[in-house]
Write a protein that binds this ligand. Structure first.
Ligand code: COA
Length: 257
């Protein structure tokens, strides 16, 4: 794999998204390799848990790769959103526990990826947010559904509507992360937690994951709506302006068209 580094020991797979020069932004290749990673995790019976993290000390994942989708039509955007939903859904439905070890910015698709994992552990420097509105789009990888499920409607709306980032400590208060630890403890603590779970019966672990998934999934009926609204954003001038402004490193001027 080119964009994901894999390290496996004691039954724990550590997968590091490795595009540090682009703050580990998710492009189509990363998605393809996430699929391969999930194939391996499902196939290999010696794997008892999975940790997802980002390369470098700045970002977990700073979002979907804006340079890749800036020119998309709504049809391409719909395919992109659907594929992202499919892969994140696979993570959420995996029969092994998955921890997002959030080592820095978890923005847009990065926050959505962390939320698709079963547990989240953040380093003290981690930052969370859904800044899509600044690009003239809505989240397209499940953010409008998983964020309210995790933090409640009012907090989710404030994050989605302001694009504000929150600190690791605030994410802990919101219930968005399970623990906040110093950065050097991030992977050891994530591994230790998965190793404790690995002592339990894998059959029972699988059943608990599946039942708890059912408990929350029923309250999220808007995934289809998110795909179609995300795709419709691509037909607007505000989407062109928002993404161009990011790529040109300037502030966008939205007109509502
Ligand atoms: N897609 C594509 N490229 C991205 C990216 C993304 N989501 N996030 C960061 N990058 C790139 C930058 O364009 C820059 O590339 P360059 O060196 O070729 O110009 C590089 O990663 C470093 O980012 P930079 O913006 O210079 O770092 P910073 O420390 O000044 O700012 C952020 C960090 C996270 C605040 C800023 O990168 C950012 O706002 N990223 C986009 C977040 C976002 O909107 N995500 C949602 C996407 S749907």
């Amino acid at each position: 794999m080119k964009t994901i580094l894999i390290d496996q020991s004691d039954g724990i797979l550590v997968a590091t998204i490795n595009r540090p020069e682009k703050l580990n932004a998710l492009n189509q290749q990363v998605f393809q390799e996430l699929d391969e990673l999930l194939d391996t995790a499902e196939r290999d019976e010696s794997v008892r848990g999975l940790i997802l993290t980002g390369a470098g000390n700045k970002a977990f994942v700073a979002g979907a790769d804006i340079s890749e989708f800036a020119g998309y039509t709504s049809q391409q955007a719909e395919a992109m959103s659907r594929n992202g939903h499919r892969v994140f859904d696979r993570i959420e439905r995996l029969s092994l526990p998955v921890i997002a070890a959030v080592n820095g910015f978890a923005l847009g698709g990065g926050c959505e990826l962390a939320m698709a994992c079963h547990l989240r552990i953040a380093s003290e420097s981690a930052r969370f947010g859904q800044p899509e509105i600044n690009l003239g789009i809505i989240p397209g990888y499940g953010g409008t559904q998983r964020l309210p499920a995790l933090v409640g409607k009012a907090r989710a709306l404030e994050l989605l509507l302001t694009a504000d980032m929150i600190s690791a400590q605030q994410a802990l208060e919101y219930g968005l992360v399970n623990h906040v630890v110093p950065s050097e403890e991030l992977i050891p603590r994530s591994r230790a937690l998965l190793l404790r779970i690995a002592e339990k019966s894998p059959l029972v672990v699988r059943r608990i994951l599946s039942c708890v998934h059912e408990a929350v999934a029923g309250n999220r009926n808007g995934f289809e709506r998110e795909v179609s609204e995300f795709a419709a954003c691509m037909e607007t001038e505000d989407f062109r302006e928002g993404t161009q402004a990011f790529l040109e490193k300037r502030k966008p001027k939205f007109t509502g068209r």
